[in-house]
Write a protein that binds this ligand. Structure first.
Ligand code: KIV
Length: 251
Protein backbone atom coordinates (compact mmCIF):
# COMPACT_ATOMS: atom_id res chain seq x y z
CA UNK A 1 0.00 0.00 0.00
CA UNK A 2 1.17 3.58 -0.71
CA UNK A 3 -0.36 7.02 -0.13
CA UNK A 4 -1.86 6.77 -3.64
CA UNK A 5 -3.79 3.64 -2.69
CA UNK A 6 -5.71 5.57 -0.05
CA UNK A 7 -7.61 7.59 -2.67
CA UNK A 8 -7.83 4.61 -5.04
CA UNK A 9 -9.41 2.53 -2.28
CA UNK A 10 -11.80 5.41 -1.51
CA UNK A 11 -12.90 5.62 -5.17
CA UNK A 12 -13.30 1.84 -5.35
CA UNK A 13 -15.28 1.72 -2.08
CA UNK A 14 -12.77 -0.83 -0.77
CA UNK A 15 -12.46 -0.06 2.97
CA UNK A 16 -8.99 0.38 4.47
CA UNK A 17 -8.08 -1.44 7.71
CA UNK A 18 -5.50 -0.04 10.10
CA UNK A 19 -4.34 -1.03 13.59
CA UNK A 20 -1.93 0.54 16.00
CA UNK A 21 1.30 -1.29 16.69
CA UNK A 22 4.26 -0.43 18.90
CA UNK A 23 6.74 -3.34 18.89
CA UNK A 24 8.37 -5.77 16.50
CA UNK A 25 6.66 -8.93 17.83
CA UNK A 26 3.14 -7.67 17.14
CA UNK A 27 4.39 -5.94 13.97
CA UNK A 28 5.45 -9.32 12.58
CA UNK A 29 1.94 -10.69 13.24
CA UNK A 30 0.29 -7.65 11.63
CA UNK A 31 2.71 -7.98 8.70
CA UNK A 32 1.50 -11.56 8.19
CA UNK A 33 -2.17 -10.51 8.45
CA UNK A 34 -4.59 -8.97 5.93
CA UNK A 35 -4.70 -5.64 7.82
CA UNK A 36 -3.74 -2.94 5.31
CA UNK A 37 -1.62 -0.56 7.34
CA UNK A 38 -0.16 0.30 10.74
CA UNK A 39 -0.39 3.35 12.97
CA UNK A 40 2.37 3.89 15.51
CA UNK A 41 0.10 5.98 17.67
CA UNK A 42 1.24 8.22 20.49
CA UNK A 43 -1.28 6.08 22.40
CA UNK A 44 1.88 4.08 23.10
CA UNK A 45 2.39 6.48 26.01
CA UNK A 46 -0.75 4.96 27.57
CA UNK A 47 -0.73 1.38 26.24
CA UNK A 48 3.00 0.64 26.57
CA UNK A 49 4.31 3.21 29.05
CA UNK A 50 1.32 3.29 31.45
CA UNK A 51 0.62 7.04 31.21
CA UNK A 52 -2.91 8.47 31.56
CA UNK A 53 -2.79 10.50 28.33
CA UNK A 54 -0.81 10.61 25.08
CA UNK A 55 0.83 13.89 26.09
CA UNK A 56 4.04 12.39 27.59
CA UNK A 57 4.94 10.64 24.29
CA UNK A 58 8.22 12.11 23.05
CA UNK A 59 9.90 12.14 19.66
CA UNK A 60 12.56 9.76 21.07
CA UNK A 61 9.82 7.29 22.06
CA UNK A 62 8.04 7.63 18.70
CA UNK A 63 11.29 7.13 16.81
CA UNK A 64 12.32 4.09 18.87
CA UNK A 65 8.94 2.35 18.48
CA UNK A 66 8.83 3.21 14.76
CA UNK A 67 12.20 1.48 14.24
CA UNK A 68 10.97 -1.61 16.13
CA UNK A 69 7.69 -1.81 14.19
CA UNK A 70 9.40 -1.36 10.82
CA UNK A 71 11.77 -4.26 11.63
CA UNK A 72 8.78 -6.54 12.28
CA UNK A 73 6.59 -5.22 9.46
CA UNK A 74 8.78 -4.63 6.41
CA UNK A 75 5.83 -4.83 4.00
CA UNK A 76 3.17 -2.60 5.56
CA UNK A 77 2.42 1.09 5.07
CA UNK A 78 3.26 2.77 8.39
CA UNK A 79 1.99 6.08 9.75
CA UNK A 80 3.72 7.46 12.88
CA UNK A 81 2.29 10.11 15.18
CA UNK A 82 3.99 13.46 15.58
CA UNK A 83 4.02 13.82 19.40
CA UNK A 84 2.51 16.63 21.47
CA UNK A 85 3.80 20.08 20.37
CA UNK A 86 6.19 18.66 17.73
CA UNK A 87 4.57 20.84 15.05
CA UNK A 88 4.24 23.90 17.31
CA UNK A 89 7.88 24.72 18.02
CA UNK A 90 8.67 26.16 14.61
CA UNK A 91 9.03 24.78 11.13
CA UNK A 92 12.56 23.44 11.44
CA UNK A 93 11.71 21.40 14.59
CA UNK A 94 8.62 19.98 12.80
CA UNK A 95 10.74 19.00 9.78
CA UNK A 96 13.39 17.48 12.07
CA UNK A 97 10.83 15.37 13.97
CA UNK A 98 8.98 14.23 10.84
CA UNK A 99 12.32 13.46 9.18
CA UNK A 100 13.37 11.30 12.14
CA UNK A 101 10.12 9.31 11.93
CA UNK A 102 10.49 8.73 8.19
CA UNK A 103 14.17 7.75 8.59
CA UNK A 104 13.08 5.32 11.34
CA UNK A 105 10.80 3.58 8.83
CA UNK A 106 7.48 5.44 8.73
CA UNK A 107 5.90 6.21 5.35
CA UNK A 108 3.88 9.13 6.68
CA UNK A 109 3.20 11.14 9.82
CA UNK A 110 -0.08 11.96 11.56
CA UNK A 111 -0.75 15.40 12.98
CA UNK A 112 -3.60 16.45 15.28
CA UNK A 113 -5.62 19.46 14.06
CA UNK A 114 -4.94 21.61 11.05
CA UNK A 115 -6.39 25.09 11.34
CA UNK A 116 -3.48 26.97 12.95
CA UNK A 117 -0.83 24.79 11.30
CA UNK A 118 -1.57 25.19 7.57
CA UNK A 119 1.90 26.46 6.68
CA UNK A 120 3.74 23.75 8.60
CA UNK A 121 1.62 20.95 7.15
CA UNK A 122 1.89 22.25 3.56
CA UNK A 123 5.66 22.58 4.02
CA UNK A 124 6.00 19.00 5.29
CA UNK A 125 3.93 17.72 2.36
CA UNK A 126 6.02 19.80 -0.09
CA UNK A 127 9.16 18.34 1.55
CA UNK A 128 8.16 14.75 0.71
CA UNK A 129 6.58 13.91 4.06
CA UNK A 130 3.04 12.57 3.57
CA UNK A 131 0.67 13.82 6.28
CA UNK A 132 -2.50 12.23 7.69
CA UNK A 133 -4.65 14.76 9.56
CA UNK A 134 -6.31 13.74 12.86
CA UNK A 135 -9.59 15.56 13.65
CA UNK A 136 -12.54 15.26 16.05
CA UNK A 137 -11.38 13.91 19.40
CA UNK A 138 -7.70 14.89 19.32
CA UNK A 139 -6.19 13.28 22.45
CA UNK A 140 -3.25 15.71 22.62
CA UNK A 141 -5.90 18.36 23.47
CA UNK A 142 -6.97 16.35 26.55
CA UNK A 143 -6.55 19.38 28.85
CA UNK A 144 -8.40 21.74 26.49
CA UNK A 145 -11.24 19.30 25.81
CA UNK A 146 -11.61 18.38 29.50
CA UNK A 147 -10.92 14.68 28.86
CA UNK A 148 -11.22 12.08 26.12
CA UNK A 149 -14.72 13.22 25.13
CA UNK A 150 -16.78 12.77 21.95
CA UNK A 151 -16.63 15.82 19.68
CA UNK A 152 -18.81 17.39 16.98
CA UNK A 153 -22.02 17.17 19.00
CA UNK A 154 -23.24 20.70 18.18
CA UNK A 155 -23.80 22.09 14.66
CA UNK A 156 -21.03 24.67 15.24
CA UNK A 157 -18.51 22.02 16.31
CA UNK A 158 -19.49 19.71 13.44
CA UNK A 159 -19.12 22.57 10.95
CA UNK A 160 -15.68 23.43 12.39
CA UNK A 161 -14.47 19.83 12.01
CA UNK A 162 -15.85 19.67 8.46
CA UNK A 163 -14.05 22.90 7.52
CA UNK A 164 -10.83 21.55 9.06
CA UNK A 165 -11.14 18.38 6.96
CA UNK A 166 -11.41 20.54 3.82
CA UNK A 167 -8.40 22.54 4.99
CA UNK A 168 -6.45 19.29 5.45
CA UNK A 169 -7.10 18.41 1.81
CA UNK A 170 -6.03 21.94 0.73
CA UNK A 171 -2.76 21.46 2.66
CA UNK A 172 -2.15 18.21 0.74
CA UNK A 173 -2.97 15.66 3.47
CA UNK A 174 -3.43 12.25 1.81
CA UNK A 175 -5.90 11.06 4.44
CA UNK A 176 -7.96 12.32 7.37
CA UNK A 177 -8.43 10.32 10.57
CA UNK A 178 -11.71 11.10 12.35
CA UNK A 179 -12.03 10.14 16.01
CA UNK A 180 -15.21 9.96 18.10
CA UNK A 181 -17.58 12.22 16.17
CA UNK A 182 -21.22 11.41 15.31
CA UNK A 183 -21.48 8.83 12.47
CA UNK A 184 -23.57 11.16 10.29
CA UNK A 185 -20.92 13.92 10.53
CA UNK A 186 -18.13 11.43 9.73
CA UNK A 187 -20.10 10.16 6.71
CA UNK A 188 -20.82 13.72 5.57
CA UNK A 189 -17.12 14.63 5.78
CA UNK A 190 -16.21 11.41 3.95
CA UNK A 191 -18.59 12.31 1.10
CA UNK A 192 -17.39 15.91 0.91
CA UNK A 193 -13.59 15.43 0.57
CA UNK A 194 -11.35 13.64 -1.94
CA UNK A 195 -8.93 12.27 0.68
CA UNK A 196 -9.72 8.92 2.31
CA UNK A 197 -11.13 9.11 5.83
CA UNK A 198 -10.16 6.59 8.51
CA UNK A 199 -12.57 6.41 11.44
CA UNK A 200 -12.40 5.35 15.07
CA UNK A 201 -15.59 5.48 17.10
CA UNK A 202 -17.37 7.19 14.17
CA UNK A 203 -19.57 4.41 12.73
CA UNK A 204 -18.97 2.71 9.40
CA UNK A 205 -19.50 5.62 7.01
CA UNK A 206 -15.76 6.37 6.68
CA UNK A 207 -13.39 5.00 4.00
CA UNK A 208 -11.53 2.90 6.55
CA UNK A 209 -11.27 1.99 10.22
CA UNK A 210 -8.50 2.07 12.81
CA UNK A 211 -8.41 0.40 16.23
CA UNK A 212 -5.90 0.33 19.03
CA UNK A 213 -4.45 -3.20 18.77
CA UNK A 214 -4.45 -3.90 22.52
CA UNK A 215 -8.13 -2.82 22.73
CA UNK A 216 -9.30 -5.06 19.89
CA UNK A 217 -7.33 -8.02 21.29
CA UNK A 218 -8.94 -7.56 24.70
CA UNK A 219 -5.65 -6.82 26.44
CA UNK A 220 -6.54 -3.34 27.73
CA UNK A 221 -8.19 -2.92 31.12
CA UNK A 222 -10.79 -0.37 30.01
CA UNK A 223 -11.22 -0.05 26.27
CA UNK A 224 -13.65 2.57 24.89
CA UNK A 225 -17.28 1.34 24.58
CA UNK A 226 -17.28 1.42 20.76
CA UNK A 227 -14.43 -1.13 20.48
CA UNK A 228 -15.26 -4.63 19.24
CA UNK A 229 -13.04 -7.14 21.07
CA UNK A 230 -11.91 -9.80 18.59
CA UNK A 231 -10.46 -11.96 21.37
CA UNK A 232 -10.33 -12.09 25.16
CA UNK A 233 -6.58 -11.47 25.23
CA UNK A 234 -6.24 -10.66 28.93
CA UNK A 235 -7.99 -13.86 30.02
CA UNK A 236 -5.93 -15.98 27.59
CA UNK A 237 -2.62 -14.47 28.74
CA UNK A 238 -3.52 -14.83 32.44
CA UNK A 239 -4.59 -18.43 31.88
CA UNK A 240 -1.26 -19.22 30.16
CA UNK A 241 0.67 -17.55 33.00
CA UNK A 242 -1.29 -19.51 35.61
CA UNK A 243 -0.69 -22.80 33.76
CA UNK A 244 3.04 -22.03 33.76
CA UNK A 245 3.04 -21.02 37.44
CA UNK A 246 1.13 -24.18 38.38
CA UNK A 247 3.58 -26.38 36.44
CA UNK A 248 6.58 -24.74 38.12
CA UNK A 249 4.92 -25.04 41.55
CA UNK A 250 4.26 -28.75 40.98
CA UNK A 251 7.99 -29.61 40.74
O1 KIV B 1 -2.52 7.34 19.03
C1 KIV B 1 -3.40 6.59 18.56
O2 KIV B 1 -3.42 5.36 18.79
C2 KIV B 1 -4.42 7.16 17.71
C3 KIV B 1 -5.64 6.32 17.44
C4 KIV B 1 -6.53 6.30 18.62
C5 KIV B 1 -6.35 6.77 16.24
O3 KIV B 1 -4.29 8.28 17.29
Amino acid sequence: MTTLDFSIRKKEHHPISMVTCYDSTFARLVNESDVDCILIGDSLAMVIHGENTTIPATIDMMEMHTKAVRKGAPDKFIVADMPFLATRKGLSYAVECAGRLLCAGANAVKIERISTQKETISYLVESGIPVMAHLGLTPQFYNTLGGHKRQGKTDTEAERIKKEAQLAVECGCFSVLLECIPPEIAADITNSIDAATIGIGCGDGTDGQVLVLHDMLGLTECAPKFVTKYMEGAALVKDALNQYAAKVAAH
